[in-house]
Unconditional design. Structure first.
Lengths: 199, 199
DNA sequence: CGGCACACTGACACGCGTGTCAGTCGAGGC
DNA sequence: GCCTCGACTGACACGCGTGTCAGTGTGCCG
């Protein structure tokens, strides 16, 4: 087994341990036991526990970034609706394919420490800005409701986050992505209540 | 200062420390320093760090429980819409009034340890069941969209959670509750997109 | 076959935070 | 004035997890 494989193996085992026990309860001892290497070997490949963790999250965030594409309202081949749906499917699929990382990202990553929190919030902020920006653009085109686009972004991201978290906790299979996308999309288009909005 | 006051004082200081540093980074040392008591005194009032933390969360969850009232579609004095809005305002206000607890509940409480997680999920489950049940009931009355009510519950709770988290992080003032409620309510009624839903 | 390089090992020492407990302090009763 | 009782104190010992490093094993080259 060469260095690259070994590194990948430790990373993968560490991911499983973090997902199962949570970051703080996960001991280096657990990781090296899962990876079937000695304590010292771990330190040949990684700085420390935080190091592996950060690398895991960074890699996942990079993949997430690739899954979110900017909407082009002028694309003649795909409607805005189709582009939005594709974004949602890609994101849901990514998360449903990697349950361990989903759990880690949603429950352990925030609150790790001040430094990491800052970085995480920056990434988050980027996503929110992209969304809020798209909503603003959409408002000028008349395809987004009037209202605070920033708040729309929070509500949208929050709704999807929670759905993902629950889906992973309840072991929804990966094929659910299509169905869930339809639910999310229609929720974004028309909400879920069918009563006159007095406000 | 009698025992009850002292206990309350330690609780309040502990809450601040947890909110500022996060559960794991918060040391007993920090708490007793903030409360201006000696290390030993802390242990006269609480089992250990986890003990104070659990008590803080339990108290807050109890208040949250009181803020959420079952919707009565047959109430002649208040429309369903009004009842829903009142629930949303009460919840937002509660959280905006106690920023420290909001931060603690949303970022530190999940992932504390297996036992606490179970309990937290149970409380959560209760809220989700109430919501999903209300949505189902609403479907038979024709005031809730057709679709998976469980998913509606996830999306709704997630949207509100995220909004709260961001509001607290960005230091929105307490008076924002009314405005935010309107945004949330209209989001639940009509979503935020104004494009034909092809699905 | 000797010698070298390199991945790997795991016992150990260290640091940090916790929880304890013998001791101090002060108010109230006699 | 002395004793008691209970709240409070903080130095200390302990346990746990970490990171290290001297040592082992294996494969390769001359």
């Amino acid at each position: 087994m060469d260095k690259i494989e070994r590194r990948a193996q430790i990373l993968a085992r560490a991911r499983d341990v973090f997902a199962k026990r949570g970051y703080h309860a996960a001991k280096i001892e657990d990781i090296v036991a899962a990876a079937k290497v000695a304590r010292g070997t771990f330190y040949l490949y990684f700085e420390d526990k935080r190091g592996v963790f950060v690398e895991l999250v960074d890699r996942f965030l990079a993949r997430l970034h690739l899954a979110i594409l900017r909407i082009d309202p002028r694309d003649p081949s795909r409607s805005v609706a189709a582009q939005i749906r594709e974004n949602i499917v890609r994101v849901l699929t990514l998360f449903l394919q990697d349950r361990a990382m989903t759990k880690i990202l949603l429950t352990d990553a925030p609150g790790l420490d001040a430094d990491f929190d800052r970085k995480l919030r920056a990434v988050y902020e980027e996503v929110l800005n992209l969304l809020a920006g798209s909503f603003s653009e959409g408002q000028t085109l008349g395809i987004v409701a009037v209202g605070d686009t920033r708040v729309f972004a929070y509500l949208t991201v929050g709704a999807i986050k929670e759905l993902l978290y629950q889906s992973v906790m309840l072991d929804f299979d990966e094929g659910s992505a299509e169905r869930l996308t339809s639910e999310v999309f229609s929720f974004l288009c028309r909400g879920c209540l069918r009563i006159p909005d007095e406000g």
